[in-house]
Structures are given as C-alpha cells and as structure tokens.
Write a protein that binds this ligand. Structure first.
Ligand code: AVJ
Length: 315
C-alpha cells in the first residue's frame, strides 16, 4: 500500500513520530518546521510580500542601508555561514557590500541548496560557494576549505524567534561551538511593537497566513494518511503579551475526532493546535539572551520605526 511504502521513508517516520507525540500534548501542538514542504515554502514566499507582513522588507532595508557599517566590523575575506539558507535575497545584499571570500549555506533541503549555489557562483565568480546539507539545529562539520578563514554566522529573518528562549540560547551556544572563537554572528530579530501591527502581520486580510497555517494539516493528511477535515478548523494568530510572542493556532470549529496513523485525537469545539510561536524581543532582552549564550553584542541596527533589528555578536 502507498502509505506503508511512504512510511518506510525515514523522514516520513520522523514526521509521523513527531506528529503523534505533538498532538498527544495538552494543549495539542505541532512543530513549525513541518510547515515548509513545497507548498508551505511557496506560501511563505507569498507571506513575505504581503503588505501587513513587515519583517522581510524591513530587514532587507536594514541590510541594504547598513551594508557599509556591517562590512566595517566583519573580518576581511570572511567565510559567511548562513543557518537555514532559504531565498538568497538577503545574502546577496551582504555579498554586494561586504568582503566575503566564501559562502556556506546550511540547509536541510539539498536540491534547493544546489540550485541556489549554482546561481550564486554565476553571479559572484570570485566567491567560493560551499553548500552544507545538514540540520543546522544540530552540530555539523564546516567545509574544510573555510576552516582556516575568519567565520561570520548569518541567521536572518527572525527565525531565531521560532525557538523557545531556552532553545534559542542552546542554538546560539551550538553556533558558537561550530563557528569557533573570534567568530562574528549577524542575526535578524523582530522587535516588540504595537499589538495591532503584530496581529495584522499574522492575520493578513488576503488569508495567505491562514492557508500557510492550514497547510500542515494538508501535509499530515497527504503524507501520513490523516483525515483532518480542513473546513472544521480555522486559523487564528494571537499576541501573548506576557510571553512576548505571537502564537499561531488552528482552532476546531466543532467537536470532532481525527485519525492519524491508527491513532485518534479528539477535539472539543474551540480547542486549538498551537502550530508556531514567533517571539518578539527588545534590543536589551535580545542582548541579554546573547550574553547568556556566551556571545558579546557588538552592534545593532534598526529601521527608523524600530520595527526590526539586525545584531552583530562576537564569540
Ligand atoms: C520565518 C519563522 C520568521 O515567524 O514571522 C510568517 C514564519 N509565520 N507568518 C515568522 C511566519 C507566519 C516567520 N519566520
């Protein structure tokens, strides 16, 4: 049977185990890493262009306007290691402005990496492009060619905000161990702001974020043989002020029982699956988190409205 065959696939079984465990939690939850199948990645690219979703364009504006300041503090002929390299828009801004000798995008999706690497080699002939196919949340080996070069980590997009604070600290410690002493790290961090702006950014009028959120149920149905009735769930993003985080939820409209992998999960009307947290920091709270993980804040830049920030940390 196709389901049995697909479950033989190692990643499908990891997906299956994670989903079964997460839906058994109280409250029910799912890991945001499972949003990014092909449809989810495309929906996220659409989100970055939504008028309400300010983070991407604001961070690009900072990287563009502060490129010279960033170049002034990174070591010459640096090796740039990007954690979770998606689209290359942001790194191209750094490559245009900064003296970078090598670029090592680290991502779990190998084919996407290879395609992007080929384009970068074409556009930046002098640059060594060394893709690393790995899960950046766990230790990985840097390519031999860059081990003797000064290292600069790059983690844009406030993707660090998807981690619980203790996980963010653990990731920053791990990145420091991988990059080594004297390394620099450039990190994009979304800043706390007017709740109306935060709420709009995750509940866009066009409903793209809702489709992005629902897509994880589509993926569970397709890849794990689940029977989620998509019309029986609705997207909601709330700002949890005391936790400083946007929470994305899928709310059950009515009582129902869902079956996945031979297990059944009962939902009360109004019960939610917590599918993602996006933590929002202040400059000071992020600096404290960085220090707690062994990094020393060296500089930070924001846009004029202080909606978003880019931080330079020293190992
Ligand atoms: C890619 C994780 C930074 O948290 O803002 C966008 C993902 N979720 N809209 C974010 C997301 C809903 C985004 N990150």
């Amino acid at each position: 049977a196709p389901l049995a065959l697909s479950l033989l696939n190692a990643s499908a079984s990891a997906f299956a185990a994670d989903v079964a465990e997460a839906l058994s939690q109280h409250p029910k939850r799912l890991s945001p890493k499972y949003f990014y199948d092909e449809a989810g990645s495309e929906l996220f690219e659409q989100i970055t262009r939504l008028p309400e979703y300010y983070p991407t364009r604001t961070e690009l504006g900072i990287l563009r306007s502060r490129g010279k300041d960033i170049n002034a503090i990174i070591p010459k002929n640096a090796a740039l290691i990007e954690f979770g390299a998606g689209a290359t828009t942001k790194v191209r801004l750094l490559l245009d402005e900064c003296d970078v000798g090598a670029y090592a995008p680290v991502d779990i999706s190998g084919d996407f990496l290879q395609a992007q690497a080929a384009e970068l080699r074409r556009d930046f002939p002098g640059l060594k492009v060394l893709p690393v196919n790995a899960d950046f949340t766990a230790p990985f080996d840097l390519p031999a060619d860059i081990r003797m070069m000064p290292k600069v980590g790059f983690f844009p997009g406030s993707t660090l905000g998807n981690f619980e604070p203790h996980e963010a600290c653990a990731f920053l410690r791990s990145a420091r161990a991988i990059l080594g002493k004297d390394a620099l790290m450039l990190i994009g961090i979304d800043l706390e702001k007017d709740e109306k702006l935060l709420h709009a950014a995750y509940n866009d009028a066009a409903g793209v974020t809702g489709k992005f959120n629902m897509n994880v149920l589509v993926r569970i149905n397709r890849e794990l043989g689940g029977d989620f009735d998509l019309s029986a769930f609705t997207h909601r993003a709330i700002y949890n002020k005391e936790r400083h985080r946007i929470e994305m939820h899928l709310i059950a409209r009515k009582p129902q029982t869902v079956h996945v992998l031979g297990r059944s999960f009962a939902f009360r009307a109004g019960e939610s699956i917590h599918t993602e947290s996006s933590y929002k920091y202040s400059i000071e709270r992020f600096a404290a988190l960085a220090r707690g993980s062994g990094w020393e804040p060296k500089a930070s830049w924001t846009d004029a409205d202080k909606h978003f920030s880019v931080h330079a940390l020293m190992a």
